[in-house]
Write a protein that binds this ligand. Structure first.
Ligand SMILES: C[S@@+](CC[C@H](N)C(=O)[O-])C[C@H]1O[C@@H](n2cnc3c(N)ncnc32)[C@H](O)[C@@H]1O
Length: 209
């Protein structure tokens, strides 16, 4: 929790309580349904929570924003972002039901009212969003194909509507056809070695109605 406060010192009491509660909820639920690896659960704040929140170093979602988390798994990056932005709506989608079971239990345990979950492949869901966030789900070309038509027309932010993807390593080949991407190095925000090669990739996408 100290780690979160190191980079997000202005959290409210309610947010601090929720971020603190996360650990016990994940420890408990992960014993019943394994959604986070053992090693990762011991470093939940470094590897999952703070990593998810790197998106908030790139953009401050405005109140009322709609955000889709594709392939949320155990709830990353969606749940930490939903705690940080309580006035935004988060839609967490995953095609594996048992993962969403954990997400739903964590959402309920935290009393988060701004999170909706759907058990489905994202291609089969409807809705439009200001931003589509994700981590470790698919290579960019596949991902862009899946989320076609899901970007909202109205722009509320300086950063253009589109994808905010947490990725790592050398992305030259994967992103070569996406000239409009901006890559933000997470190591510019966080000093821990874990983030040395990690990035937030922003890909603006036009509304296609
Ligand atoms: C490696 S896990 C990553 C989970 C989480 N985003 C994280 O970083 O901890 C990939 C997740 O994407 C989900 N997934 C893969 N393809 C999907 C699709 N087309 N629609 C929805 N979920 C999908 C899988 O079920 C799995 O839970």
């Amino acid at each position: 929790m100290k780690l979160i406060l190191k980079y997000f010192p202005d959290l409210t009491e309610d947010q601090i309580e929720k971020f603190t509660l996360l650990e016990a909820l994940y420890q408990d639920w992960n014993l019943k349904i394994n959604v986070v690896s053992r090693k990762d659960i011991d470093e939940l704040y470094l590897r999952h929570v703070l990593h998810s929140l790197a998106i908030a170093k790139v953009i401050q979602f405005k109140d009322g924003s709609q955000i889709l988390d594709v392939g949320t798994g155990g709830g990353f990056p969606g749940i930490p972002l939903a705690i940080l932005f309580p006035e935004c709506s988060f839609h967490l989608v995953d095609s594996i039901a048992k993962k969403l079971k954990v997400v739903n239990e964590v959402v309920e345990g935290l009393g988060l009212t701004n999170v909706k979950t759907t058990h489905s492949r994202v291609e089969d869901t409807k809705g439009t969003y200001d931003f589509i966030v994700s981590r470790a789900v698919a290579a960019m070309p596949t991902f862009v194909h899946w989320i076609k038509g899901k970007v909202a027309k109205e722009q509320k932010h300086d950063l253009k509507n589109g994808i905010l993807y947490l990725k790592g390593g050398d992305l030259t080949e994967e992103l070569k056809d996406y000239k409009t991407t901006t890559i933000y190095n997470i190591s510019d925000y966080y000093e821990e070695d874990f983030y040395d090669t990690k990035k937030v990739v922003h890909l603006p996408l036009k509304f296609r109605g």
